[in-house]
Ligand binder design. Structure first.
Ligand code: DHB
Length: 384
């Protein structure tokens, strides 16, 4: 069979591509406090391959998932090993901003694409011309949240963010946009990334008596915030909880209980997004894994979609610069809605949705009720 194909291809003067492997080094926190990110991302990437086959443009995709435990020195070592030992043609994943930063010089030096499918500090894509992103940026989500809050009777806000890249982006872009729209930031609180305890901060928020508290915490920390928000009596004191969708993460939302009902957030993905593409995605994801996809799961699914697109465009050629060129301007229909890779910034352009936690079929979901179409990362837009 193979020989017949080869002969007919040669007869046509076509040189068939060798059946080579394209190794993808997917580096994720599979253990530690961000393990839910690793679990979701691995499931998203594997689902894409299962649905589309492991063959693209004559190449065979080999996914190697490596656990960096959330430690940047480990991420860096694993990236070096993936390139030197496994001959990885692309690196993917990066569960936290410092982990994505750690690999940027390696991607540049080795000319290997770094497909960021999790970390979301705006500046990440500027750290290497080989970085492209399918997750989101915190300014993308925080600015629409501020606009919605200002238009919906919220006048005074305390912000609480985790004290590192994405939290600082969220604080700045929520705060500046909200003030621009006439709102007031009473206090801007930052909590440590390691071993956070929100209780003392939430007590301070209660004393400040704002209309709402705006929260950013990375994926996996939302349930703890919600629990302490209730325990500290903030909901009873009439303080609303708002935030980016990281706090009502689909991976944990259903376990948060009825206290989460009514929480409004802005984000790019909800498992309840109403489209045929998303319904098919969620059904297949739940069937394969036994849990609901969150925004990390969909970003890894799309990271793989982007790599397949690029390999098709290069006809299977794996040189890094060619793959990155092929990714620029790529457009496709994601389970989250239409997406596009901005050719100038290599960052994702996507709809932002304002959502409210509601009960549907006995389960808690972020129900989208407003769409801001095709939002570019506003951080980069201001620099032009
Ligand atoms: C980052 C991590 C997250 O889990 C998240 O939800 C958003 C941003 C980050 O470290 O960039």
């Amino acid at each position: 069979m193979k020989a017949a194909i080869l002969i007919s291809a040669l007869a046509l003067g076509v040189v068939p591509a060798m059946a080579e492997d394209v190794t993808v080094g997917m580096i994720l926190p599979m253990t530690g406090p961000s393990a839910s990110t690793g679990k979701q991302e691995k499931a998203g990437a594997e689902l894409y391959i299962a649905q589309h086959g492991d063959k693209v443009a004559g190449k065979t995709i080999k996914l190697l998932v490596k656990d960096d435990t959330g430690a940047a020195d480990v991420t860096k070592r694993l990236a070096q090993e993936a390139i030197a030992n496994d001959h990885a043609a692309a690196l993917m994943g990066f569960g936290l901003t410092p982990l994505a930063f750690a690999v940027a010089p390696i991607a540049t030096e080795a000319k290997v694409p770094e497909i960021v499918t999790a970390a979301a500090t705006a500046v990440i894509t500027e750290k290497s011309p080989f970085i492209v992103r399918t997750s989101f940026t915190l300014p993308q989500a925080s600015a629409p949240m501020a606009q919605w809050a200002a238009k919906n009777g919220i006048k005074k806000v305390v912000t609480i963010v985790t004290d590192y890249g994405p939290g600082l982006d969220a604080e700045k872009w929520f705060g500046e946009t909200f003030k621009h729209e006439g709102g007031e930031i009473i206090e801007a609180i930052r909590t440590p990334l390691k071993n956070p305890d929100f209780a003392p901060f939430l007590q301070r928020v209660k004393d400040d008596k704002p209309d709402a508290v705006f929260v950013f915490v990375p994926s996996g920390f939302g349930a703890m915030v919600m629990k302490q928000f209730i325990e500290q009596g903030l909901a009873k004191a009439g303080v609303k909880l708002i935030g980016t969708g990281d706090v009502t993460d689909d991976d944990q939302l259903n376990g948060m209980g009825e206290a989460a009902l009514g929480v409004v957030t802005a984000h790019h993905y909800s498992a309840s997004h109403d489209s045929p593409e998303n319904k098919a995605f969620v059904t297949a994801f739940e069937k394969a894994n036994g849990f609901r996809p969150n925004f990390m799961g969909v970003a890894a699914y799309d990271g793989m979609a982007l790599l397949y697109h690029a390999l098709e465009a290069t006809k299977g050629a794996t040189d890094g610069a060619g793959l990155i060129e092929a990714m620029k301007g790529a457009k496709w229909m994601s389970p989250r809605g239409p997406v596009e890779i901005d050719p100038d910034t290599r960052d994702i352009v996507q709809n932002m949705y304002v959502r409210k936690v509601e009960k549907k079929d006995g389960q808690l979901y972020n129900m989208e009720f407003e769409t801001i179409p095709m939002v570019k990362d506003p951080f980069k837009a201001t620099k032009k």
